[in-house]
Design a protein around this ligand. Structure first.
Ligand code: VG1
Ligand code: CO
Length: 542
């Protein structure tokens, strides 16, 4: 009943920042998904008879690829697969399930914040036994294997019922269809004071949560409406759809504009939040007060002790390099270490496993802690709610107080999307060429103090990751960072991260665009974005 299928390699299966992401039409080619899945299995050792977790964000192709995973896992010798009912598992819930079941690892089917549907994106990511994204040595092995693969194995069987809970047999392997929500909701309830948050809501505090027709709908409904007692309708777009209702499930000011407008209206609720396709990102907007993800990380770290799960304090804070230094000021005040890692959650795993950091975050709206090994959108929202309930202040008041204490890191990210890849590469190459000449020169942003191509040396295993982004650091602590996205599926995306720090005694009430204008001009002068890309302005500003 085990079939061996002859295949030929595809040359484009190297995982990016977070797994392999491609257009659905690429994934739908014969053998494409199977080649990648077999390349993953071939890169792992010792899983015979062990458990694999599989689930996804419900996007187009999710159900089909789950069937391939099940049949291939059976053929390759896994003993058991845990699959979320209906094929659904948010990324943080999958991470929790891998950890709590002691699984060997898991396959998460998602292209995260990328759009879904027949003409949009699909993705597969392998997570290791700690519940986190595979580190580079594993993804490098998968990429190498994908280039030489010549066969895969799969059992010849009817599709498995993944819609009703229970246990069924597939060849020698057991398939267990599990509730995707309950264990995750229990974990949240163990970390946060649901009683106090529920009382705040019962007392008239209003919130709106936008699931963007993606995976968090069932999770948010269970947690916010059922367990915390928020009125029905609190969760918007709460049914996961294969095409996310044609929305782009990226919770930023462009794609979650409806929510933003609602929070800026005269009759705005007290608190608004959204999550992305696979539920690992979060957007936080208070009534009339947008919170940048970098500031959110800093506020969460400074106030985490107010939630029961973090009452003992934090061991350390980790942030990705392009994330603003707001969290650094908090770490300094708390007297705990701050780690600066490359972009992508896979670099946080070792620090969390080693007990060196408790809270991690990225400027791209990802925050999380050592409760799982992924960023976690609903977790961040609950920690905010717990802080609001404990402090009994508005989001705006908490932000004002935070900046008055730590100063403010004005911050924005400018994305230039769908650039021809050769032009984007040329821009980065030109920047690298002039790195040594930049220190000491001046431009609209001021005088450059140093410039480098960020390299990270993992303090736990000394592995080194190079070329993680160009950093231009000015004498006054301002910064411009350039890097190319590793999650896009069309051409290249240039990300320009712009940051300026103003101390507690400085002007804390500027418009971000005004505060950053000289640095935005400097980015143009340094990198000649217009010259290389032909684009006059960014596609998205967040
Ligand atoms: C982007 C973000 C990064 C995030 C990654 C995965 O990567 O910048 O911070 O970890 O997406 O997030 P890149 O390489 O495109 O800049 V998700 O929610 O898409 O898994
Ligand atoms: Co995501």
């Amino acid at each position: 009943m085990i079939q061996t299928v002859t295949t030929t390699p595809f040359s484009d299966q190297k995982p990016g920042t977070s797994g392999l992401r491609k257009k659905v039409r690429v994934f739908a080619q014969p053998h494409y998904a199977e080649n990648f899945i077999q390349s993953v299995f071939d890169s792992l050792e010792g899983f015979e008879g062990d458990t694999l977790v599989v689930g996804g964000d419900g996007r187009y192709l999710n159900r089909e690829v789950i069937q391939s995973v099940l049949k291939m896992a059976a053929a390759n010798g896994f003993g058991r697969v845990l699959v979320g009912q209906g094929g659904i598992l948010s990324t943080p819930a999958a991470s929790h399930l891998i950890r709590s079941s002691g699984a060997f690892g898991g396959l998460i089917l998602s292209a995260s914040h990328n759009p879904g549907g027949p003409d949009e994106d699909f993705g597969i990511k392998y997570n290791i036994g700690n519940g986190g994204p595979a580190p580079e040595k594993v993804t490098d092995a998968i990429a190498a294997r994908s280039l030489v693969i010549d066969h895969y194995t799969i059992v010849d069987a009817a599709d498995v019922d993944i819609d009703s809970p229970g246990t069924r047999q597939l060849g020698d392997m057991v398939v267990e269809v599990v509730d995707p929500v309950a264990a995750y909701a229990d974990l949240m309830e163990s970390l946060f004071d649901f009683g106090t948050i529920g009382a705040m809501i019962a007392g008239g505090f209003t919130l709106a949560f936008d699931s963007m027709s993606a995976v968090t709908g069932p999770y948010a409904t269970e947690i916010f409406e059922r367990r915390l007692g928020a009125p029905s309708g609190t969760v918007m777009n709460g049914t996961p759809l294969p095409d996310f209702g044609h929305h782009h499930p990226d919770p930023n000011l462009v794609h979650a504009k409806d929510l933003y407008d609602r929070l800026m209206a005269a009759d705005a609720p007290d608190f608004g939040a959204a999550s992305d396709g696979d539920g690992d990102r979060n957007l936080i907007i208070g009534r009339h007060c947008y919170v940048t993800p970098s500031d959110s990380l800093a506020v969460l770290a400074a106030n985490a002790h107010l939630a029961p799960g973090y009452a003992g304090g934090l061991k350390g804070i980790a942030r990705s390099m392009p994330t603003s230094g707001a969290a650094d000021h908090v770490a300094e005040k708390l007297g705990i270490p701050l780690y600066e890692t490359p972009t992508g959650w896979k670099f946080f795993g070792n620090l969390l496993d080693a007990g060196m950091a408790t809270i991690c975050g990225e400027e791209s709206a990802g925050t999380g802690s050592d409760h799982v090994r992924e960023k976690d959108g609903i977790w961040a929202v609950l920690l905010w709610l717990n802080i609001l309930a404990a402090r009994k202040q508005s989001v705006a008041a908490i932000m004002a107080d935070h900046w008055a204490t730590y100063g403010r890191n004005y911050y924005a990210r400018h994305d230039y999307e769908a650039i021809a890849k050769d032009k984007a590469d040329a821009l980065m190459a030109a920047l690298r060429d002039k790195l040594n000449a930049l220190p000491g020169t001046s431009n609209s942003g001021g005088t450059i103090g140093s410039a480098d191509d960020f390299a990270y040396s993992d303090p736990t295993d000394q592995s080194v990751s190079r070329h993680q982004g160009i950093r231009i650091l000015f004498d006054d602590g301002s910064r411009v960072v350039f890097r190319l996205s590793g999650t896009g599926t069309e051409g290249a995306t240039l990300r320009v991260y712009i940051e300026r720090y103003v101390g507690p005694d400085g002007n804390l009430a500027m418009e971000t665009a005004d505060a950053l204008a000289p640095l935005i001009a400097a980015a143009q002068e340094i990198a000649d974005i217009r010259g290389f890309t032909g684009m006059d302005s960014p596609s998205v500003i967040t």
